[in-house]
Design a protein around this ligand. Structure first.
Ligand SMILES: [Zn+2]
Length: 381
């Protein structure tokens, strides 16, 4: 896993090519790295071999596999080539370098990721990492704007404690209105979105306290798939301008997540269930009771679809979801558990939320205890 990443990216927009130089500081020694299938390793801080391989468990997904002769904790690697899209295997993964819209996401392996050529170990390496990154970007043509989460100073990007990187380069209009920063492809309809975001931000702050963090939104063309990292979200133009931009409320709510222990985090209950239920509450606050009921109904419907496919889901507790890889349930059942708790606890529910957000770290046991102490309710999670 990566602890620190220094990355230098030099773009050639005419060819759609990229030259990268990466310095990685890892959590332990690693000898195998994955890169985009169009990128070729050029030099490394140890003798290496390089070849194209399909990932185990997902053979159609090809990657450049770089193997060092001996594993290292600090690795330098330079690489170059065309950034190839993975659209043929994952339709949303259209990342490429072009004047119209350039997108580089962790998913398209534009920087070396320590992992065996195995899909599951790639996911694990990414999801489990938390690193600080400094990136310099060169070669972006005049008139194009570089967008990313974190800090942007000229051509230098900096993001801390992240598990992924997302960089977009396009003719963006930048709208900055504390605490928001929006990179949009057209100004139309944005005024309203910004107002709604502000309302949601004020609402979350009013129930959970103010946050110092900034929130960045980056517009993508349609069908690139939504994506979110710490303090930022990538969303398509249509969902950015939706009647009820629920996914923006969701990503914004993540700023107020309780800090779960690594073990408890596996179930995603303390981030996704909370973000989705806070989204429901923001919808009620901003768009009214009916919209709230529709959103809750939607969660119930989605949950029932999962239960039809997998009936055992009904008997499992959230603390068991992580171990079984059923964290997907947090978005639906998890949020519905919080809804039910809210109904039973009444306004003390907000005291529970505040207490959880303030805790240094939480797990299911602590959750149970806090709910019992504040609302006198026994929950089985
Ligand atoms: Zn989320």
């Amino acid at each position: 896993m990566i602890n620190r990443l220094n990355l230098h990216l030099n773009f050639d927009f005419k060819k759609g090519a990229l030259e990268g130089g990466a310095k990685l500081k890892l959590a332990g020694k690693a000898g195998t790295f994955l890169l985009n299938r169009g990128l070729k390793a050029d030099s490394a801080s140890a003798p290496f071999s390089w070849r194209l391989e399909g990932l185990r468990g997902f053979e159609a997904f090809e990657a450049s596999v770089v193997r060092l002769e001996n594993p290292l904790e600090e690795v330098e690697l330079s690489y170059l080539g065309m950034l190839e899209s993975y659209e043929n295997v994952l339709p949303y993964l259209k990342d490429s370098i072009s004047r119209e819209y350039t997108l580089l996401r962790t998913d398209s392996l534009f920087y070396p990721i320590p992992s065996e050529p195995d899909f599951e170990s790639l996911i694990k390496s990414v999801v489990g990492s938390e690193f600080n990154a400094e990136i310099t970007v060169e070669g972006a043509p005049e008139g194009l704007v570089v967008a990313s989460g974190g800090e942007i100073r000229g051509n230098r990007l900096k993001i801390e404690e992240t598990n992924r990187l997302d960089i977009a380069i396009a003719p963006f209009t930048v709208i900055e209105e504390e605490p928001f920063r929006l990179f949009v492809l057209g100004g139309e309809g944005i005024e309203r979105t910004l107002e709604l975001l502000e309302k949601a931000y004020r609402f979350y702050s009013s129930i959970l306290g103010r946050k110092a963090d900034k929130f960045t939104v980056i517009e993508t063309p349609e069908n690139y798939g939504g994506q979110a990292g710490k303090g930022y979200a990538l969303v398509s133009g249509s969902s950015l301008r939706a009647e009820i931009p629920a996914n923006l409320y969701h990503e914004l709510a993540h700023l107020w997540n309780p800090r779960a222990t690594p073990e408890a985090h596996l179930s995603r209950f303390f981030d996704e269930a909370f973000a989705n239920y806070l989204t429901a509450l923001a919808i009620r606050e901003i768009h009214g009771e009916e919209a709230f009921n529709r959103f809750i109904k939607g969660l119930k419907r989605d949950y029932e679809t999962i239960v039809k496919r997998f009936p055992e889901a009904e008997k499992l507790r959230p603390s068991e979801w992580g171990r079984l890889g059923l964290w997907e349930l947090s978005y639906t059942k998890g949020a519905l558990i919080l809804y039910e708790l809210h109904q039973r606890a009444g306004d003390t529910f907000y005291d529970i939320l505040r207490e959880l957000v303030e805790e240094e770290s939480v797990d299911f046991e602590k959750f149970r205890r806090i709910v019992k102490e504040i609302a006198g309710i026994e929950v089985t999670v």
